[in-house]
Ligand binder design. Sequence first.
Ligand code: GLN
Length: 309
Amino acid sequence: MPDLQAIVDEIHEKLQPRLGEGKVADYIPQLAHVDPKKFGIAIIDVDGQTYKAGDADVPFSIQSVSKVFTLTLALGKHGETTWNRVGREPSGSAFNSIVQLEHEEGKPRNPFINAGAIAVSDLVLAGHTPREAIGEIVRFVRYLADDDTIAIDPEVAKSEHATGYRNFALANFMRSFNKLTHPVEHVLGVYFHHCALAMTCTQLARSGLFLAASGRNPLTGHTVVSPQRARRINALMLTCGHYDGSGDFAYRVGLPGKSGVGGGILAVAPGKASVAVWSPGLNNHGNSLLGSLALEMLAHRTGWSVFGP
Ligand code: GLN
């Protein structure tokens, strides 16, 4: 095993002069006001050892990284029938794009673009009120991270709702094709709340550890999903986790990863470790600029790319 503490320290130090690069999301005040110079990284290996540097224990808005957890929940509830409602192909379009929905009769391309995650929220809602579904998501993430302090930031959820015109458009458009089974308000209530989960890099890396360890969290001993399901979620993260920047991320980093507009990225090195990085400045695909660079450096130093050393 490479000296992971030395590697995270080196990454943190090398990025110091570049902190603040990229464009912080500004569609809601809670994200616009985040210090652009924050940077955190946490790695947890499959033996349960943690390595971290920078602001690894400062909570941030995980936004679309949460879509990995809602997909896992939906698959748990609905199994393979989940794929009747959402596809498994990279979109090649922006995270909030509406264009493909018209061509594909309201069936989103994949569960990680906004439209797809909205369809997944609809699946998580099955048999629940919105409040229960949101509670189930929070409990699930707490169980994954083994940390009962994880919570939703209610101000972020409120702002997402107040400014979510595009998400309302996506949901209404899908509803017009009868592709949502619950009222749009309920589905988006679930979606906006899971996007508003606040977590630290350490908590996020713990939550994703089951994906690095064939579906079992080595810290708690809990079997979360089967090895086959973990492998498949990783495949989706690799092909679709960075929207229209997924190809570039695979080329540069070579790990399954999921980004969010809060500047977080969860990356999985199968059989090795779970990694979370946070740097609020985004590139023009809405993915963390320095977070991607940090993971590129990590993959280079460890040889962890799934495509070879
Ligand atoms: N809450 C954001 C939205 O729906 C999430 C997008 C993201 O993180 N890429 O627009």
